[in-house]
Design a protein around this ligand. Structure first.
Ligand code: HSE
Length: 399
């Protein structure tokens, strides 16, 4: 018997409970032993819910029960999740989590604490919801040097951008609709400002380069400045706008950022719509490999968490290793990172913009009659800013 304790009975926690109980045949078969939820920890009561029989409000019940093998942290946030995870590990219990904030901030420390105590710490659901990208990087993509990793890492913003594009709606209108439908949080800041995607690209970068990547050093821009004229003009040129997390290592350094990008039709990320996420890695042997699936949502995320539980059950008594050291990745200044740029402005400065950018690609549309956009050649942001001077424009990178 593998006894599991779930910390937090919110969306993901109740999903984990449902998957373990509802899919117990396949979960237990894959684990090689019967998997059972012994405790659920939450401050709230859930009258009428079957979980009431195993609900506790006191974490010590779990910590002091030696029959609990695996603690599942799905509370979110830094505290008390951080303390609870460390206490479980110190008691010899393996832990899995969906908490990207915790993994991005303390992943290095928690992994070494788990090693010290001969248990494991897994976090598949912290990036890409149900997409099995972390285990793939850690266990399968181990023969390449990866120079570039980028992806659509946030379901909420991808849903908003897709709706803006497909229905020609303004950002605020779509955000409100997403909130009403429960896709976006009442406080959507972490998603729309890119903070959520920032933690996810930091985790992926730490895994891919084997060194700790500090999310606070990753420049992060969200989608709040995207206007309808941007999506319309981008579309007229055959592009979709997507919020990307990106880390790119080239001869000048390692660049990491979260920012909106124009994606052309020939890039597989172009067709990744709604709450779907996708991650693309480029290695020196493998070249491109892409992962695609639901990046958010109760069942998809819970499926990834329970996948970790099965992995932990199969590896009782050992530490599953991660090639993620305490050494820190040194990131270069993104002002020097070279890409093409989409530069959108009011029509009344079209001539001046045309002259300073000297671009061959001009985008116009009857659906955005007062705006014009240009696609520049590849250059650094610093070089672009020098050309633009004080011109009032909106700039988006082009992948
Ligand atoms: N808020 C996140 C998203 C949830 O929208 O992608 C999954 O991490």
């Amino acid at each position: 018997m593998i006894n599991v304790a779930i910390l937090g009975y919110g969306t993901v926690g109740s999903g984990v409970y449902d998957v373990i109980t509802g899919n117990n045949d396949v979960v237990s078969r894959n684990a090689g032993d019967e998997v059972k939820v012994k405790y659920v920890l939450d401050l709230r009561e859930f009258p009428g819910d079957p979980v009431m029989d195993i609900l506790t409000h006191d974490y010590n019940d779990i910590l002091n029960d030696d029959s609990v093998d695996i603690v599942v942290e799905v509370m979110g946030g830094i505290e008390p999740a951080n303390t609870f995870v460390r206490q479980a590990i110190e008691k010899g219990k393996s832990v899995c989590t969906s908490n990207k904030a915790l993994v991005a901030k303390y992943g290095t420390e928690i992994l070494s604490l788990a090693k010290e105590h001969s248990v494991s710490f897994l976090f598949e659901a912290s990036v890409g919801g149900g997409i099995p990208v972390i285990r793939a990087i850690n266990e399968s993509l181990t023969a390449d040097h990866f120079d570039k990793i980028y992806g659509i890492l946030n379901g909420t913003t991808n849903y908003i951008l897709t709706k803006m594009d497909e229905e020609g709606l303004a950002f605020d209108t779509v955000l409100k609709d997403a909130q009403d439908k429960g896709y976006a949080e009442r406080n959507p800041e972490a998603d729309i400002e890119g903070y959520d995607a920032c933690r996810k690209i930091a985790i992926l970068t730490s895994l891919v380069y084997g060194k700790f990547t500090d999310f606070e050093e990753i420049s992060t821009e969200g989608i709040t400045k995207i206007e309808n004229s941007d999506t319309v003009l981008a579309r007229s040129g055959g592009y979709a706008i997507k919020l990307l997390g990106l880390t790119d290592k080239n001869e000048n350094g390692i660049y990491s950022m979260v920012a909106p990008f124009l994606i052309g039709k020939n890039n597989p990320l172009y067709g990744v719509d709604g709450v779907y996420n996708a991650v693309n890695l480029h290695g020196d042997m493998l070249e491109n490999v892409m992962f695609y699936g639901q990046g958010a949502g109760k069942e998809a995320t819970a499926s990834a968490v329970v996948g970790d539980i099965v992995e932990l059950a199969k590896n009782k008594g050992v530490t599953l290793p991660f090639g993620w050291t305490e050494e820190k990745v040194k990131l270069s200044d993104n002002l020097a990172y070279e890409t093409k740029f989409f530069v959108r402005a009011d029509k009344n400065i079209e001539e001046e913009l045309d002259r300073v950018l000297d671009s061959n690609i001009k985008l116009m549309s009857d659906d955005a009659p007062d705006s014009v956009a240009f696609i520049t050649d590849k250059m650094s942001r610093a070089a672009l800013d020098e050309k633009l001077g004080n011109l009032d424009v909106h700039v988006i990178r082009v992948m």
